[in-house]
Design a protein around this ligand. Structure first.
Ligand SMILES: Cc1cc2nc3c(=O)[nH]c(=O)nc-3n(C[C@H](O)[C@H](O)[C@H](O)COP(=O)(O)OP(=O)(O)OC[C@H]3O[C@@H](n4cnc5c(N)ncnc54)[C@H](O)[C@@H]3O)c2cc1C
Length: 354
């Protein structure tokens, strides 16, 4: 099965100086997506393949597939996309993936609360657009944090949506730098700021579902604050773009590897309907072992942040070193991130197809 597909760039648009919206036309593959999902691109940079994920910013009702890429200082892929990528170019991406989505139901009367920081707006915007179009009785409150007005991605689109869906979309811009008339809307999104917002602007008790995407410290602050204000963890979904910290379920794989790294274990990998049998050492992750045996296992960030390398453990036991992507119920069902999983038992069987 072809994991990557060619897509033609049909339009490019700067949303701010350092971010570009890329419209894509797939030549093959199934690019039907759930709002909030991402595409993983691959590109060769001087002989080294790098893979990067970018969330779809289009809504379900949009006729085209779009991603928004913000340039990261010194970043390989985002700089290339912002400076060299052009209309007519072909890029390669995997079909949409990711768990940051919600079921849409035309009869729902929900209140969604979205938080986005910087480029974290992309998946939230996709969900917001889709909710407004497909759930006519639902409403959405967006709290969007940026450094300054000039760094607000999709500012005009959000204004247009506010006008189009009058009364159903409320937007609060929090700006770190630019002085705003209201003090509440200036500065960083701290726990204090959240508490003030929740007492003056958003009644958290009316919120059915919170959706958060932004820098990790901001996200953790918001999650804590929402819980303090009465929300249940099951009502809060978040997407992380990068992490400098070990995630939940941090485990001791390095100790296991140190003491037993000479032992070989048997690994069976189910992928695209085929079973591959190999041996691996305990100091390798499942993904490293699979790739080392020329198995075309899916992956992108290799840091436990995206869920591209997700697989299910059918036999044996593994430990995840880091997990920022899978939810507790998925882990309970046996799903792991193969880039972060190390073998504990003597034999393991994993399935990438489920
Ligand atoms: C699920 C998911 C969805 C995402 N969606 C989006 C999205 O919609 N929009 C978006 O803009 N981003 C998104 N991202 C982030 C995106 O995937 C990339 O991580 C981001 O664009 C940076 O990639 P890059 O190749 O440009 O930077 P990289 O080359 O990976 O560099 C990242 C940083 O590391 C530094 N660095 C690189 N090499 C070195 C080195 N050798 N030594 C020291 N420092 C170094 C760079 O200076 C830079 O600051 C998403 C990520 C995930 C996981």
């Amino acid at each position: 099965m072809a994991r990557f597909h060619d897509l033609t760039v049909t339009a490019m648009r700067k949303t701010i100086r350092d971010a570009v919206e890329v419209t894509l036309a797939p030549a093959s593959g199934d690019f039907t997506f759930q709002p909030g999902q991402y595409l993983t691109f691959r590109r060769d940079f001087d002989g080294t393949e790098i893979r990067r994920s970018y969330s779809i910013c289009a809504g379900l009702n949009d006729p085209t597939l779009k991603v928004g890429i913000k340039r990261v200082q010194g970043g390989a892929f985002s700089t290339w996309a912002n400076t060299e990528l052009q209309v007519g170019d072909t890029v390669q991406a995997m079909e949409p993936m990711g768990q940051f989505h919600i079921p849409l139901d035309a009869s729902s009367q929900h209140h969604y609360l979205g938080f986005a920081g910087g480029s974290g707006i992309t998946p939230v915007l996709s969900i917001l657009r889709s909710v407004l179009a497909y759930e006519p009785q639902s409403r959405f409150t967006l709290i969007y944090a940026n450094r300054a007005v000039s760094t607000i991605m999709f500012r005009e689109e959000i204004e247009d949506l506010k006008n189009k869906y009058m009364g159903r979309l409320t937007v609060v811009h929090i700006l770190e730098g630019d002085g705003q008339d209201t003090k509440l809307f200036s500065g960083q999104l701290t726990a204090r700021k959240c508490a003030d917002l929740f007492s003056d602007w958003v009644d958290v008790t009316t919120v059915d579902q919170a959706l958060i995407c932004g820098p990790e410290p901001m996200m953790l602050t918001i999650v804590d604050s929402l819980k303090t204000h009465g929300m249940d963890a099951s009502q809060i979904k978040f997407e992380l773009f990068a992490s400098g910290q070990p995630g939940q379920l941090a485990q001791s794989h390095s100790n296991i590897a140190k003491t037993r790294d000479t032992e070989r274990v048997a690994l069976r990998v189910l992928l695209d309907g085929e079973t591959h049998t190999l041996e691996m050492s305990r100091d390798q992750s499942l993904l490293q072992a699979a790739l080392g045996s020329d198995i075309d296992a899916p992956y992108a960030c290799t840091a436990g942040v995206c869920s591209t390398c997700k697989c299910k453990v059918l036999e044996g036991r593994v430990e995840m070193a880091t997990n920022h992507a899978l939810e507790d119920d998925e882990v309970a069902l046996g799903y792991v991130l193969s880039c972060q999983s190390y073998v504990i038992s003597d034999r393991v069987m994993i399935d990438y197809d489920q």
